[in-house]
Design a protein around this ligand. Structure first.
Ligand SMILES: Nc1ncnc2c1ncn2[C@@H]1O[C@H](COP(=O)(O)OP(=O)(O)OP(=O)(O)O)[C@@H](O)[C@H]1O
Length: 256
């Protein structure tokens, strides 16, 4: 199925998700321009993972729409899902397969030809410095290795949009540098990326657009410069979502 030529890489319109009495996502609307590197930031429990899960077809919204290059994620999932590579929060990987077997299995499920999967799996394992781990069972992987294998599975079918939930969490600095290079190359080659992160310096370093989510709502969105103004992103973030009274609670019983 063809993507619509003028549609943004990702458009979320009025997304809503409620868990029992908790309104986790409260009418989130966002537009991720084509070719952008888009950072999604927000405090713990703000609704980032829930929004991204609805955006990529992992969690059905109570209301609203998610479109990938103009293809509706929920009414035309095959078209939309072919265009997107996802690194979800808490990715479940096939634990009893080796890294290479897991990539082969997931690539074949994606409908890729066997020789294409073999070639790409080899390259991904090598670029992500998982060569040796290609022979190791996933159950023996460290958290960072899992993240890298998850990224490899997201890239395997050459998507046009990557949606990455905390891709740098638990990844060592050398691997992080490798991942940054891969992601920058992906954008330079015409791809689009949305990533969530708590690391403001990383978002400032990588992203050209950013959205701040707070209590299930979009508190600010735009280019990096529009959102941070003349401040650092961290200061802008704290200004947008911090305690309005500016109070820092102390644990009095810890002081002697
Ligand atoms: N499956 C669920 N059942 C019930 N409540 C949930 C569920 N998933 C998320 N929530 C709640 O929805 C809200 C948003 O959670 P979400 O995981 O989307 O936040 P987040 O911004 O990704 O947080 P973090 O930065 O801590 O990962 C939180 O209050 C969370 O407790």
């Amino acid at each position: 199925m063809r993507a619509s030529p003028d549609a943004p890489a990702l458009r979320l319109t009025g997304l809503v998700k409620r868990f029992a009495h908790k309104l986790a996502v409260d009418h989130v609307s966002l537009e991720v321009p084509r070719g952008s590197f888009f950072g999604l930031v927000g405090p713990n429990g703000a609704g980032k993972t829930t929004s991204l899960s609805m955006a990529v077809g992992l969690l059905r919204p109570d209301a609203g729409r998610a479109e990938v290059f103009g293809q509706d994620m929920w009414s035309a999932p095959d078209g939309a899902k072919a265009l997107v590579g996802v690194l979800p929060d808490g990715l479940a990987l096939p634990e009893r397969l080796t890294g290479r077997e897991a990539l082969t299995y997931l690539g074949l499920l994606r409908g890729l030809a066997e020789d294409v999967v073999a070639r790409r799996a080899e390259e991904l394992l090598s670029v992500l410095e998982l060569d040796g781990a290609g022979q190791t069972l996933v159950i023996e992987y460290s958290t960072g290795m899992r993240k890298k294998l998850g990224l490899a599975t997201a890239l395997l079918h050459a998507p046009r949009l990557l949606v990455l939930d905390e891709p740098f969490e638990a990844v060592d600095p050398v691997s992080a540098a490798t991942i940054k290079t891969i992601l920058r190359g992906f954008v330079a080659g015409g791809g689009s990326i949305v990533l969530s992160s708590h690391v403001m310096a990383l978002v400032e370093q990588l992203c050209d657009h950013v959205a701040v989510i707070d209590q299930g709502r979009v508190a600010a969105a735009g280019t990096l410069d529009e959102v941070r103004g003349r401040r650092s992103l961290e200061d802008a973030f704290v200004g947008l979502v911090g305690d309005p009274a500016g109070g820092v609670k102390e644990l009095s019983w810890l002081s002697r």
